[in-house]
Design a protein around this ligand. Structure first.
Ligand SMILES: Nc1ncnc2c1ncn2[C@@H]1O[C@H](COP(=O)(O)OP(=O)(O)OP(=O)(O)O)[C@@H](O)[C@H]1O
Length: 287
């Protein structure tokens, strides 16, 4: 194991395992109708099938989630004080090619949990998720290092997305320009405001064309003008290929970017349909 002490070591592919993205779940055309209870529209191409999905979290009653160490301790002590949160309860739907699907619902209704399960980051308690290719969450935040300059973080984020150094060098100027950070790109990221850092993360992540993309609104921070530009970028990604899931509390932004909306409340699918119809029903219920 090489100890990575400087930036050049850190970005040298020889120091890392080969990056080979694998589909998390696979749609197998022959078996899918036998395995799922979900009705498919045979005239369209399904890209994600969510079939009677249940997701549960185990939490200490103090509110802490039970991690690996916690689970080990639990085997040694009594399970008193553990609570189960049933975050997603029997959700089913099919997403087709070229759809842009808004995901709405009150705080804590299970939107992020559903999205994390679709990407394979969280495991279902019951039910299944199938996808034609690995769904990507629009975000490279975890790969970035605050002490490094914006420029070096573009390199890190680009590598995390699977680009090589030459490709990233060719994209660097466009990413910097899109993030509007030309004057600041050589400064450490920790000196950026939260809006500037969010713009950089968005610009890096959006430089890649994704087949199935999940955009969580937490990423769409920044001022109103940047929000407009990021919405336009999301539309462009959608037009160029894939299917987008857009999680947001902003109904304006949902109507602007989505043709279909899924509304979740307390883990239950309330409504799935045309964007305006679902948003109107959600607004009426919230009044
Ligand atoms: N890591 C976790 N450990 C334990 N419980 C969790 C965890 N993540 C989410 N939950 C719980 O699961 C439920 C659904 O949360 P989730 O974050 O999916 O909701 P959300 O609709 O995305 O909320 P928001 O709109 O506020 O972002 C909530 O009750 C939340 O407390």
């Amino acid at each position: 194991m090489v100890e990575l002490t400087n930036f050049d070591d850190l970005i040298n592919p020889r120091n890392h395992g080969k990056f080979q993205p694998q589909p998390v779940f696979e749609i197998e055309p022959d078996s899918r109708s036998a395995n799922t209870s979900v009705k498919l529209d045979e005239t369209r191409t399904p890209v994600v099938i969510v079939d009677n999905l249940h997701v549960k979290y185990q939490v200490y009653s103090s509110g802490k989630s039970v991690g690996a160490a916690g689970a080990k301790r639990l085997l040694q002590t009594s399970t008193r004080g553990i609570r189960e949160v049933h975050a997603v309860k029997g959700v089913s739907f099919v997403a087709y090619e070229n759809e842009s699907i808004g995901v709405i619902g009150s705080n804590g209704s299970g939107k992020s949990t559903l999205m994390r399960t679709i990407t394979g980051l969280t495991s279902p308690a019951a039910g299944s998720v199938f996808a034609s290719s690995r769904p990507n969450m629009l975000g490279v935040g975890a790969a970035l290092i605050p002490d490094l300059s914006g420029e070096k973080n573009i390199m890190l984020g680009g590598l995390a997305l699977g680009y090589n150094r030459q490709e990233i060098n060719a994209m660097r100027e466009d990413i910097t320009k899109f993030a509007e950070l030309e004057e600041f790109i050589d400064l450490p990221m920790r000196t950026y405001s939260s809006g500037m850092a969010a713009r950089l993360k968005f610009a890096i992540a959006a430089s890649k064309q994704h087949d199935i993309l999940i955009v969580d609104e937490a990423l769409a921070v920044g001022d109103a003008r940047f929000r407009k530009r990021s919405e336009a970028k999301i539309r462009e990604i959608r037009e160029n290929a894939g299917t987008i899931f857009h999680v947001s509390h902003s109904m304006g932004s949902i109507l602007e970017t989505c043709n279909r909306v899924i509304w979740i409340e307390k883990g239950v699918l309330m409504m799935d349909g045309d964007a305006k119809t679902v948003v109107d029903a959600y607004k009426a219920k919230k009044k």
